[in-house]
Design a protein around this ligand. Structure first.
Ligand code: NAD
Ligand code: GLY
Length: 348
């Protein structure tokens, strides 16, 4: 078993081991001492993994109820959080009880936010079941939901007490969902550790997935330890996301998955970096993305991309904090003025 220790405002361990789901009960008991829990999951994951999780919790002496909601970003909502809070209240869960998120990034974000609000905060455990959730969303404490006015508009920084990553559960992921997580893995390679790029370039890279996950979690841990609240260094985790988000929004979150948007966003960021006089690193990146089965080209008009970007830009004012990679494994936060950015985006 690999252990990654996170030392943020809350200290917790991320435990990574094939088959760890079956040990979830004993580990959660050991780490939290909880006697009661609410397992929160979505419809698909419920059909695949709730039974194993509940059996393990029961044999560890944890009395666990289950809340299931429908899959999909449209259910990452205040309505779902409200339903969870009502359910927890009807069960009279108290501050010594815990929430457990069993699922992908949506389940994790919703559960974490509900946990942050119930009784002004109950402890929660993340058991990620997608690659994206394992390498990114389950660690670092960003929780929240979407609003009709925008994605991830409401939320809280609220750290889990334990994260259990079982690489074996990734075997049931659809290829596209697996590839979405790989976009984030490739991101870690470019912003922090070029060895990840060699690992994912191998024909049988999936055999090394446990090692790849560990390395990504360590990078996320290192970033979050320095900048938990996203005021500086943590922005490097947004490599490929600035233009990626703009494209995702233009496609109404349907035409492109998040991972696909990040993939085309990373290529665009590399090209933009070359326009600023840096070495053009896009060729190797395109090769890696094609090997994984991710897209590489922006399908939208550049003027539309720029306009979509501007709505994000409001967060920053006159400049956008762009994440640039000058050499694989090293990222920089570079503020770019709106007019300059317009010029560059039109040339992409
Ligand atoms: P997801 O949670 O929607 O899961 C994708 C699909 O895979 C769902 O239908 C789910 O039921 C299914 N699934 C999950 N595990 C499975 C398994 N083992 N086998 C078969 N099917 C399985 O998507 P995601 O990509 O995991 O997460 C995306 C969400 O994460 C977005 O809402 C995004 O905003 C959020 N996110 C949060 C952070 C953060 O730091 N909090 C970071 C990145 C992304
Ligand atoms: N996924 C980006 C972050 O956690 O900051």
């Amino acid at each position: 078993m690999q252990t990654v220790k996170v030392r943020a405002s809350t200290e917790y361990d991320v435990l990574i081991e094939r088959g760890i789901l079956k040990k979830a009960g004993e580990l959660i008991k050991e780490y939290t001492g909880a006697g009661r829990a609410l397992l929160i999951t979505d419809r698909t994951v419920d059909g695949l993994y709730s039974k194993a999780a509940l059996e393990s919790l029961k044999s560890a002496g944890i009395n666990c109820e289950k809340f299931v909601f429908e899959d999909g970003e449209e259910h990452k909502s205040l309505k779902t959080v409200g339903d969870i809070l009502s359910f927890a209240a009807q069960l009279s869960l108290n501050r010594s009880d815990i929430f457990i998120a069993l699922g992908g990034g949506i389940v994790g974000d919703v559960t974490g936010f509900a946990a942050s609000a119930y009784l002004r905060g109950v402890r929660f455990v993340q058991i990620p079941t997608t690659l994206l959730a394992a390498v990114d969303s389950s660690v670092g404490g960003k929780t929240g939901v979407d609003m009709p006015e925008g994605k991830n508009l409401v939320g809280a920084f609220y750290q889990p007490r334990l994260v259990l990553i079982d690489p074996a559960v990734l075997a049931t992921l659809p290829d596209q969902t697996f590839a979405d997580g790989m976009a984030e893995v490739i991101k870690y390679g470019y912003i922090s550790n070029r060895e990840i790029l060699d690992m994912v370039s191998a024909p049988d890279y999936k055999k090394n997935i446990e090692r790849i996950i560990c390395e990504c979690v360590r990078i996320k841990r290192d970033v979050v330890t320095i900048d938990e609240h996203d005021t500086g260094l943590r922005m490097i985790l947004n490599f490929g996301h600035t233009i990626g988000h703009a494209a995702e929004k233009l496609g109404n979150y349907v035409d492109l998955t998040h991972g696909q948007a990040v993939a085309v966003g990373m290529v665009a960021a590399m090209r933009l970096s070359a326009m600023l006089g840096n070495e053009d690193l896009s060729e190797r990146l395109i090769g890696i993305l094609e090997h994984i089965g991710l897209p590489t080209e922006l399908k939208y008009g550049r003027e539309d991309i720029y306009r979509s970007l501007l709505s994000d830009k409001k967060k920053f004012g006159a400049t956008v904090n762009f994440i640039l990679v000058r050499e694989p494994g090293r990222a920089e936060i570079t503020p770019i003025g709106a007019e300059k950015l317009h010029e560059y985006v039109l040339k992409l």
